[in-house]
Design a protein around this ligand. Structure first.
Ligand code: HEC
Length: 490
């Protein structure tokens, strides 16, 4: 196998702080075209999803400058410096008679973008990436990241068939056996941060929301058994969070730092929903049982309801009365429950009338989990919090994750405060809290085994704790990533 296929480089962590990584500057007509500031962002947004080491379509990789000059399967070099007419890449992105080859099945680049790429090639296709951004660490399938210490775990999930426990790492998701006994596979992609992960309802796919801070956001969809990347969709210029699947497995929703909640088609990565009425970062999402509504929460302290077919904002699920808002919402989860028809829907609620009654748990910075009805049943009155059903005993600090058990009669939640953490299991009827034992640090993520017998949790110190869900006893503890003690590959 040619080494170029799997060998790739990414900017080191130190370089992330570099301001030059922020959003691409406006295209300018004067001065030489900058690869780093003008060309690279175009490739990142339009091409890299299909031309990266984990998914090198046409045998062509675009995530590293040196690869751009090489040839793909056709044998024609993508870029020949100074020679636009010999650069195959230009042929591919050129619009002829209203048709273009690349980006495949997507809108063509604008005439301005095309002209910029052409001019950059004509000017010698120089790589002006600053030295500070060139500090590189090799990360690929054959050379996974070498961990000196465990990274923070921000998300974990059991596969619905009970086979795997997936845990976030640096540049990857680690697939362990569900008992934590063995590391089975490492799913390595473009994003440095794999913030949030979720298995599809049928368990065949794993969705990953992540990105590289201040540079790009990405949704990855992996074929779990084949360990193959199916979709890599670029979204915004910052890390994404709070990934969730629609119950039919067709859509994947997530939150963005541009204050939007979005969803893509899980098959193609194409965006199908965008709702922009949040006023701060969106951190968490969950769909209604019938898939017609999407609930999102974020730093603006609100939980909002979106009508999926029309992408319209419908309602605030929680109270928006000043003073009633208590800290950012970091996690919401829909309660698994027997299908129950809505009795009544107030006639001042726009959008599709919900058929199915749903409940969600919501929690965040104020440390208090709350149970809400998803849909309003009475007319809104100023100051009401009419969807609220229950409030639970608080946890110390902020709650970053809350998840229902498969039966829907309990939920588990994780919190952090001053370098310490708590993992708790709440029963809903009666509302009671059981604190799990031996949690050694701030806890950020929790997941239920599909049989509901165990929970896995993890956080700041990179350890995964597996607790017996009935007793809160620690069953097993392990570090999610292999620690090599060596420095990263040169
Ligand atoms: C949705 C996936 C997708 C996207 C996005 C995409 N490509 Fe491609 N690209 C392909 C596939 C698949 C091929 C293989 C040929 C084919 O099927 O048309 C290919 C082939 C190529 C080749 C030819 C490689 C060779 O030598 O065979 C070039 C050059 C190329 N793409 C450039 C680009 C550029 C530039 C962009 C962004 C502007 C882009 N592609 C975006 C899927 C994609």
């Amino acid at each position: 196998m040619p080494s170029l296929r799997w060998s790739w480089v990414v900017a080191g962590i130190a370089a992330l702080a570099n301001a030059a990584f922020s959003q691409p500057k406006a295209e300018t007509a004067d001065g030489p075209v900058s690869y780093f500031k003008e060309i690279r962002p175009i490739f990142q947004q339009n091409c890299q999803g299909c031309h990266q080491p984990a998914k090198a379509q046409g045998g062509y990789i675009m995530t590293e400058f040196a690869e751009l000059l090489k040839a793909g399967e056709t044998g024609k070099p993508g870029i020949v410096p100074g020679k636009p007419e010999q650069s195959y890449l230009l042929d591919e992105i050129r619009v002829k008679d209203g048709q273009h080859e690349m980006p495949k099945n997507r809108d063509a680049l604008t005439a301005k973008q095309f002209a910029l790429v052409e001019r950059w090639i004509k000017e010698g296709a120089k790589d002006d990436t600053p030295a500070s951004a060139k500090e590189k660490v090799t990360v690929d399938e054959d050379h996974p990241h070498q961990y000196l210490s465990p990274p923070v775990v921000t998300s974990l999930a059991f596969s619905p068939n009970g086979k795997y426990l997936a845990v976030t790492g640096y540049h990857e998701v680690l697939l362990h056996t569900a008992d934590g006994g063995k590391l089975e596979a490492r799913l390595i992609g473009l994003s440095e941060q794999t913030r949030s992960i979720a298995f599809s309802p049928d368990g065949l796919w794993l969705a990953v929301a992540g990105g590289s801070p201040g540079r790009f956001g990405e949704i990855q969809i992996w074929n779990v058994e084949k360990r193959k990347l199916k979709v890599s969709a670029p979204v915004t210029f910052d890390t994404l969070s709070g990934v969730s699947w629609s119950p039919d497995g067709k859509l994947v929703a997530f939150g963005c730092t541009d204050n939007t909640v979005r969803a893509v088609d899980a098959d193609t990565g194409k965006q199908v929903l965008q709702m922009g009425t949040h006023s701060d970062w969106v951190l968490t999402t969950t769909f209604s049982q019938d898939g017609l509504h999407l609930v999102s929460g974020g730093r603006d302290m609100t939980v909002k309801l979106t009508d999926v077919p029309t992408q319209r904002f419908i309602d605030n699920v929680t109270s928006i009365t000043p003073g009633a808002l208590k800290g950012g919402v970091m996690t919401i989860d829909r309660r698994p429950m027997k299908e129950k028809k809505m009795q009544k829907v107030p006639n001042d609620t726009p959008g599709a009338k919900p058929n199915v009654y749903d409940e969600i748990v919501s929690a965040g910075s104020d440390g208090t989990p709350r149970l809400y009805k998803m849909h309003r049943e009475v007319k809104r009155e100023i100051g009401d919090d009419s969807n609220k059903l229950k409030q639970f005993e608080p946890m110390p600090g902020r709650i970053s994750c809350a998840k229902f058990n498969p039966a829907g009669d309990r939920f588990a939640a994780t919190s952090s405060l001053d370098g310490k953490g708590e993992v708790s299991i709440y029963t809903i009827e009666p509302a009671k809290k059981l604190v799990c034992e031996k949690v050694s640090g701030p806890a950020y993520a929790v997941a239920w085994s599909p049989d509901g017998a165990r929970i896995a949790s993890a956080g700041f110190d990179g350890k995964v704790w597996i607790h017996d869900a009935a007793t809160g006893k620690l069953v097993k503890e392990f570090t999610a990533v292999p620690i090599t003690g060596k420095t990263a590959a040169k």
